[in-house]
Design a protein around this ligand. Structure first.
Ligand code: A3P
Length: 287
């Protein structure tokens, strides 16, 4: 299944990624102190948080999110085609961009900068289900045959962007740094308002109560699903097979319960305990 992926430093990347660019990205890309970067393992709520920070930036007004595609508002640093966008994005306020890179492949210059990172985590069982469905849609991912196959590959780390456990442990090593904010998908679902306030505080942006209300309203699952600049429906069929599903699929926590057998769930819990036992379990507020 992984034959068409490329490998860099032992990590698989989707078809079409460039090793030369991944090296450039790690060794030469210049992170600026004013950058705001959303970092995630795939399918953890990346686009949701990009939409939230876009709306915070425009104080809840929807003009920007309804006129510019989400992947241009916050381009992917590891995608070569995004580079011109990243260079262009220097005029108005902070530069937003996104990354799925594990910490050890992230631009080195970040570690000498004051740039802000928002790291978003999600229950890995729900990540598996979301990823399983998304492999049918996004053509640079190889289609998974079944949830079982996806659980196996995910557990072994033989999926694009590598092991969830390594990705998460790596990035969580920055917890406590003042320019590093950890959010979880589950907490966003539970209390979007409170989390918008938390993000505003982190970014140093003051919004009035009615502006926070607008951010919450316009970053809802239904608002994003209806916004063609945020739901990826504008991408051509060569990139996404829209007949197989969409980026905004269900938007819930706990969908894994509809897909995992009891044995699969117990085996995954055991693996989770083995790999994450040394971390404070309160970092993982999901069931
Ligand atoms: P599901 O496939 O479980 O529905 P990413 O942006 O990292 O690729 O994550 C995609 C997941 O986030 C999808 O999960 C998608 O539905 C969910 N998502 C995106 N926007 C959301 C929103 N506004 N509210 C809730 N979930 C959202």
């Amino acid at each position: 299944m992984s034959s068409e992926y490329i490998k860099f430093e032992g990590i698989l990347f989707p078809k079409g990624y460039s090793i030369k660019h991944l090296k450039f990205c790690r060794d030469e890309f210049v992170v600026k102190n004013t950058d705001v970067i959303v970092v995630t393992y795939p399918k953890s709520g990346t686009n949701w948080v990009i939409e939230i920070i876009s709306l915070i930036h425009s104080k809840g007004d929807t003009t920007w999110v309804q006129s510019i595609p989400i992947f241009e508002r916050s381009p992917w640093v590891e995608v070569k085609a995004s580079q011109p966008l990243l260079c262009k994005k220097e005029q108005n306020g902070p530069r937003f961009y996104s990354s799925h890179l594990p910490i050890w492949l992230f631009p080195k210059s970040y570690f000498q900068s004051k740039a802000k990172i928002i790291y978003v985590m999600r229950n890995p069982k729900d990540v598996i289900v979301s990823l399983y469905h998304f492999t049918k849609v996004l053509k640079c991912f190889e289609t998974a045959e079944s949830v079982s196959q996806m659980i196996k590959m995910f557990s072994q780390g033989t999926v694009p962007f590598g092991s969830w456990f390594d990705h998460t442990c790596g990035w969580l090593s920055l917890r406590g740094n003042e320019n590093f904010l950890i959010l979880t998908y589950e907490e966003l679902l539970q209390d979007l308002w409170g989390n918008v306030e938390k993000i505003c505080h982190f970014l140093g942006t003051k919004l009035k109560e009615e502006e926070v209300n607008l951010v919450v309203k316009n970053a809802s699952f239904s608002a994003m699903k209806a916004n063609k600049m945020s739901n990826y429906s504008i991408l051509p069929d060569e990139i996404m097979d829209h007949s197989q599903g969409s980026m905004l699929r269900k938007g819930i926590a706990g969908d894994w319960k509809n897909h995992f057998t009891v044995a699969q769930s117990e085996a995954f819990d055991k693996l989770f305990q083995e790999r994450m036992a040394e971390l404070d379990q309160r970092l993982f507020p999901w069931e």
